[in-house]
Design a protein around this ligand. Structure first.
Ligand code: 5GP
Length: 206
């Protein structure tokens, strides 16, 4: 295994169950999860510093100015961004970090750091997506329609992702993701240290 942790981005349509899946991955397997900053208002039950760092627009724009974010994006009328310090600290301590972020941000991170893995989670169907959004009951009909419209746009970019995982059931999806994340450690971009060591060994051999 590489000594440094990996960064994996988990995106997916709003309502695809990313939050639940990421929560389970942390609980079951100890992955670190980046807590984002947002200008969105807290939903019932969301906690400052756990769900998000809730910011005003002015505070968020200050974070952009001070270069404190790895990436940020506007999503359905609000800003969302990933604070840099926590992610760097975790990977340097050998922990794998999951970033649950939307597509624009994900593609920006991939451009800056090509070794980051992009994982996309989808429901088995659009009908199921709407059902889950309605069941969540946290947004009104207008926001649900906006989120579905956004999902339709995002569908065109699914192929920019390295991995696509269907969320037909929580347990199976979490197990697939854990297997995938473990396998990513062995990708050539995460095995550079070992490759270099073997090359040096050969240079010194004989
Ligand atoms: P929600 O309002 O449902 O919590 O999140 C809306 C969308 O913003 C989701 O697709 C979520 O993955 C995304 N999101 C959350 N945090 C970040 C972030 O730090 N950066 C970006 N680019 N997207 C984020």
């Amino acid at each position: 295994m590489s000594k440094k942790g990996i960064i994996a981005i988990i995106s997916g349509f709003s309502g695809a169950g990313k939050g639940t899946v990421v929560g389970e991955l942390t609980k079951k397997y100890g992955y670190a999860v980046s807590v984002s900053a947002t200008t969105r208002k807290p939903r019932e039950g969301e906690e400052e510093g756990k769900s998000y760092f809730f910011k005003t627009k002015e505070e968020f724009e200050q974070m952009i100015e001070a270069d404190e974010l790895i990436e940020y994006a506007r999503y359905v009328d609000n800003y969302y961004g990933t604070p840099k310090a926590y992610v760097m600290e975790q990977i340097n301590n050998g922990k794998d970090v999951l970033l649950e972020i939307e597509m624009q941000g994900a593609l920006k991170v991939k451009e800056k750091f090509p070794e980051v893995s992009l994982i996309f989670i989808t429901t088995p169907s659009v009908k199921e997506l709407r059902r889950r959004l309605e069941k969540r009951g946290t947004e009104g009909a207008e926001v649900i329609d906006k989120r579905l419209a956004r999902a339709k746009e995002e569908c065109d970019y699914m192929e920019s992702y390295d991995y696509i995982v269907e969320n037909a059931g929580l347990e199976e999806c979490v197990a697939s993701l854990h297997g995938l994340l473990q396998a990513i450690h062995f990708s050539q971009s995460n095995q550079k240290e070992l490759t270099e060591k073997i090359r040096k060994d050969f240079d010194q051999y004989q």
